[in-house]
Design a protein around this ligand. Structure first.
Ligand SMILES: Cc1cc2nc3c(=O)[nH]c(=O)nc-3n(C[C@H](O)[C@H](O)[C@H](O)COP(=O)(O)OP(=O)(O)OC[C@H]3O[C@@H](n4cnc5c(N)ncnc54)[C@H](O)[C@@H]3O)c2cc1C
Length: 477
């Protein structure tokens, strides 16, 4: 008789891999299907949203959840966290007021202190009193006269380097420096895949697309689902649908009709001239979707910079946000976006959009106009459950027995989702109750920094990106 797995997971994005790793941590077996040749190879991520400061419009509650979940994920994958701060500003021409963000910064400091009190290991964003620092025009003027620091280590040193290249007369003051860090997807993918390969509890099937699922819950068998791939059928007791923006396809085959949005977005890779000191990530806020949407410049090693511009001709796309219809759970992109997702981009469009992205940043960082194309865009589609495009925290639903659907919006929610699924599996008595919560993931911890360095660099090259994108600016011990 073929093996019956406790859990079958469709999709090896961050949600699927963290679920499989957590299950393995508790000794629960699973089988994980990923259609690509390596895991965490879908929509990108580069920013650890530890406080939600890129989103002036979201509630305090969402900011707190983002901070808590970000800290949890950073503890799980420390070698993927780039400990450089983020510069946050609002241009003078914007209607928005910096007040929204300022008001909640103290709330976030207090919340961060509470998290550290609960567990001192949560102190991964530095000491709470340094979580953020404000700078007015006088401070900026003074700092701009200080010498550049090659490897800054204090907020003032980071700000000193940043402000020399920014046209800060265009910005409202105060501007903010906050300890929201970079998040390296190649390093996370490497650590996760190496750990899964090592595990005897998870059977990882890469290059394996799930073509169909069959519901056998009413047939009184020892298992509830059959998972079909092109050449085999697998039996599982519990099904996790973590197929990202495609979750609706499997919902439809189970006749579950749920409202959801899916959104296609892209970030651009540029190469700039060497500058003498490291800079923080730079954020220039603006109303999303308008010609003045937020500009985001993310620094990487060897003078590579990733750019987001929240306008329709840079990161966002005409008809890039689509909603499910009354008669179906899976929204459909237009042919142009489907083609990009399936076969990649035309060279011309890569050049045009990257050029627009560079010009967009150069409005605030004038010398950045000398940057050039550095590689293909990082792009993909993500899901947003329900119908609110401003939702930034999504988790998991359990629409029917023995079935979980992961609905994360930000990568930081992956561990919360995994733990909720594990809780549900015990409740349904698929596995016996777990007595002790494990604080560490022994599998992930067993992967060395050297192994992560080597495999992350291999993954970046395999996927067609500069190798430098697999390294951290601030190297971790
Ligand atoms: C441009 C952009 C920038 C972003 N930046 C950030 C950021 O800075 N910080 C942040 O936290 N989040 C960011 N996000 C969001 C983040 O990328 C997503 O939240 C996250 O990747 C979703 O993970 P997931 O595992 O749910 O889905 P996915 O990563 O989409 O994983 C789903 C997986 O399922 C696989 N799959 C689908 N169908 C099948 C099938 N039939 N058989 C087998 N496998 C299948 C896919 O190949 C894929 O690997 C960004 C998103 C975009 C688009």
């Amino acid at each position: 008789m073929s093996k019956i797995y406790n859990v079958g997971i469709i999709g090896g994005g961050i949600s699927g891999v963290v679920t499989a790793l957590e299950l393995a941590n508790y000794g629960v077996d699973s089988i994980l299907f990923e259609q690509q040749s390596s895991v965490v190879n879908g929509p990108p991520f580069c920013h650890l949203h530890a406080g939600g400061n890129l989103y002036p419009e979201i509630s305090d509650e969402q900011c707190k959840i983002l901070m808590k979940q970000s800290i949890e994920m950073a503890r799980l994958f420390p070698q993927s966290i780039d400990e450089r701060p983020t510069f946050i500003s609002i241009p003078k021409l914007e209607k928005q007021d910096i007040g929204n963000i300022l008001e909640r910064l103290d709330m976030l400091v207090t919340y961060y202190q509470t998290l550290i009190k609960e567990d001192p290991e949560n102190e991964i964003l530095g000491v709470p009193k340094d979580y953020y620092k404000l700078y007015n025009e006088e401070d900026l003027k003074a700092l701009s006269k200080q010498p550049t620091i090659e490897r800054p280590s204090s907020p003032d040193e980071w700000m000193c380097n940043a402000i020399k290249i920014i046209d800060y007369k265009k910005l409202k003051t105060p501007v903010i420096l906050v300890q929201e860090y970079g998040w390296n997807l190649f390093r996370l993918a490497a650590q996760a895949q190496l750990a899964l390969n090592k595990s005897n509890k998870c059977s990882l099937k890469t290059n394996t697309s799930v073509t169909k699922i069959k519901d056998v819950r009413n047939q009184k068998l020892d298992y509830n689902w059959e998972i079909y791939t092109h050449d085999a059928v697998y039996k599982v007791k519990y099904l996790v649908n973590s197929s990202g923006f495609n979750t609706g396809k499997f919902d439809e085959s189970l006749r579950i009709n749920t409202k959801r949005l899916i959104e296609f977005k892209a970030a651009y890779v540029s190469k700039w001239q060497p500058i003498s000191g490291l800079i923080p990530e730079l954020i220039f806020h603006g109303e999303r979707g308008t010609p003045n949407g937020m500009a985001q410049l993310t620094p990487y090693c060897d003078d590579y910079y990733q750019i987001h511009g929240m306008t329709k001709d840079i990161t966002l796309f005409e008809n890039g946000l689509v909603q499910s219809k009354d008669n179906g759970a899976q929204p459909e992109f237009n042919d142009d976006i489907k083609e990009k997702l399936k076969n990649g981009w035309e060279d011309n469009e890569i050049k045009n959009r990257t050029k627009k992205a560079i010009d967009y940043v150069a409005k605030f960082v004038p010398s950045f106009d000398s940057a050039t194309l550095g590689g293909p865009p990082l792009y993909g589609a993500q899901q947003i459950s329900g119908d609110d495009p401003n939702l930034r925290v999504g988790e998991v639903s359990f629409p029917s027995k023995s079935y979980a659907r992961s609905e994360i919006i930000k990568a930081s929610s992956a561990l919360t989702v995994a733990n909720q699924i594990i809780h549900k599996i015990q409740e349904e008595e698929i596995i016996p109750p777990i007595q002790t919560k494990l604080e560490q993931n022994a599998l992930l911890d067993s992967i060395s920094k050297g192994e992560i360095n080597d495999f992350a660099s291999e993954l970046a090259i395999q996927r067609g990106y500069p190798e430098a994108l697999s390294r951290l600016l601030i190297e971790k011990k």
